[in-house]
Design a protein around this ligand. Structure first.
Ligand code: TYM
Length: 331
C-alpha cells in the first residue's frame, strides 16, 4: 500500500480550514493507504508555548483527530516528539539545506516579518524538519492544504538531493494529494480576504459552540450588494460562496448564486443558511471531541500504539540512511 504522511501543529483547536484542507483527505486515505497522521508538537515550539499549553494542545488535536473519524486501527496516529528518529534525520538533512533557499521560503519571510523579535533557527529550518517527517516513513503522498505547497516542494527537493548525493533511491519523492484530485485547497476566512487560520483570528473551530459560530458568520465581511446584473463577485463575497460550496446543499447554493446575478440577494439570508449548515456539520464532531477529551486512558492508549508503529517504520529508514551516509560502528 502506498505510504501517506501528514501532520497538524497543536497550536489551537482544529478549524474548518484544517478539516477541509487536510482531515477530510485523511479520512478518505485511511481506507486505502498506509497512513501516518501525527501531531507536529516539535514544529509548534517555534512560537514558544508554555509546557501546559503544549500538553493541552497535543491532547486537543489527538481528540480532534479521533472525533473526526481517524481510526487508530486503520491509520498510525502519533505524536512527533515520540519519534526521536525524526529529529535525527532532520540533523542529517540540515547538512544539505542551504541558507539561501531556506531564507527565500515564503512562510519564513512572512513569519519573520510579522514577528521580527523571534526569527529563530527552528523557524528557518522548519521545512527541513517537515521534510524529515515525510520522508522518514518513505511517504509517496502528502495530503495538505494550499498553504503547505511550498513546504512540500522543499521536502521533494531535500529527498531528491539526498538520493543523488548518496547515489540511492532510498526516498520516494512525495507528492501532494488532494481530496478530489483537483487543485490544493485554500479555505478562506470570514474577514474578507486571505485564508482561514488559527493565528489569523478568522477561524471557525470544529469545537466551537453554535452561538459563537452564528455570531461569527453573521459578522462576516460583505459589501452593499451587487448593483448591476451578472457582476463579478468581489473577494469577500466570493469567499462566502466558497464556504457555502463546501457546507451547503448545491441546489440552495444555486439559488443564492442566481439571486446574486439578478441583484436580489440578501446577505443576511445567505449568512443564516451558511451558519446553520456549519452548526449542523460541526455539532456531532464537537460532542465527540468533548467525550474523547474526557477519556485520558483512551488517548494514552492511542498515542502509545501510534508511537510504537511510527518508531518501527522510522527506525528502519534511519538504519538505511546511516549506512548510506557512512556511519560505521567501530564497536
Ligand atoms: P498547520 O498545522 O498549519 O495546518 C494543518 C493542515 O491544515 C491545512 N490548512 C488549510 N487548508 C486549507 N485552507 C486553510 N485555510 C487551511 N489552514 C490550514 C494545512 O495546509 C495543513 O495541511 N507545516 C504543517 C504541519 C506539518 C506537516 C508535516 C504537514 C509538519 N510536518 C509533514 C504535512 C507533512 C502546518 O503547519 O500545518
Amino acid at each position: 500500500k502506498p505510504i501517506v504522511v501528514s501532520g497538524i501543529r497543536p497550536t489551537g483547536n482544529l478549524h474548518l480550514g484544517n478539516y477541509f484542507g487536510a482531515v477530510r483527505s485523511f479520512l478518505k486515505m485511511q481506507e486505502e493507504y498506509n497512513c501516518y497522521f501525527f501531531i507536529a508538537d516539535i514544529h509548534s515550539l517555534t512560537t514558544h508555548p508554555t509546557p501546559e499549553n503544549l500538553q493541552a494542545g497535543v491532547k486537543q488535536v489527538l481528540a480532534e483527530y479521533l472525533a473526526c473519524g481517524i481510526d487508530p486501527e486503520k491509520a498510525t496516529i502519533f505524536i512527533q516528539s515520540d519519534v526521536p528518529e525524526i529529529t535525527e534525520l532532520y540533523t542529517f538533512l540540515n547538512m544539505n539545506a542551504y541558507l539561501g533557499e531556506l531564507e527565500r521560503t515564503t512562510s519564513f519571510k512572512e513569519k519573520a516579518r510579522k514577528n521580527p523579535e523571534n526569527v529563530n533557527a527552528g523557524l528557518l529550518t522548519y521545512p527541513v524538519l517537515m521534510a524529515s517527517d515525510i520522508i522518514i516513513h518513505k511517504a509517496e503522498f502528502v495530503p495538505v492544504g494550499k498553504d503547505q505547497e511550498q513546504n512540500l516542494e522543499m521536502a521533494r527537493k531535500f529527498a531528491g538531493r539526498f538520493n543523488r548525493m548518496y547515489n540511492s533511491e532510498v526516498f520516494p519523492i512525495p507528492r501532494p494529494f488532494t481530496f478530489d484530485g483537483g487543485d490544493m485547497v485554500k479555505i478562506p476566512g470570514l474577514d474578507g480576504s486571505g485564508k482561514m487560520g488559527k493565528s489569523e483570528g478568522n477561524a471557525i473551530a470544529l469545537v466551537e459552540d453554535p452561538k459563537s459560530i452564528r455570531k461569527k458568520v453573521m459578522r462576516a465581511v460583505t459589501d452593499a450588494g451587487p448593483t448591476e446584473p451578472n457582476s463579478p463577485k468581489p473577494e469577500p463575497i466570493q469567499n462566502l460562496f466558497t464556504l457555502m460550496n463546501i457546507m451547503t446543499d448545491p441546489a440552495i447554493v444555486k439559488q443564492f448564486d442566481e439571486a446574486y446575478k439578478d441583484c436580489s440577494i440578501r446577505y443576511g439570508d445567505l449568512k443564516k443558511q451558511l451558519a446553520e449548515d456549519i452548526v449542523t456539520f460541526t455539532t456531532p464532531i464537537r460532542e465527540r471531541i468533548n467525550e474523547i477529551l474526557a477519556d485520558e486512558a483512551y488517548l494514552a492508549k492511542v498515542a502509545k500504539m501510534g508511537a510504537e508503529k511510527a518508531r518501527e517504520s522510522a527506525q528502519a529508514t534511519l538504519k538505511e540512511v546511516k549506512a548510506l551516509i557512512g556511519f560505521k560502528k567501530l564497536f
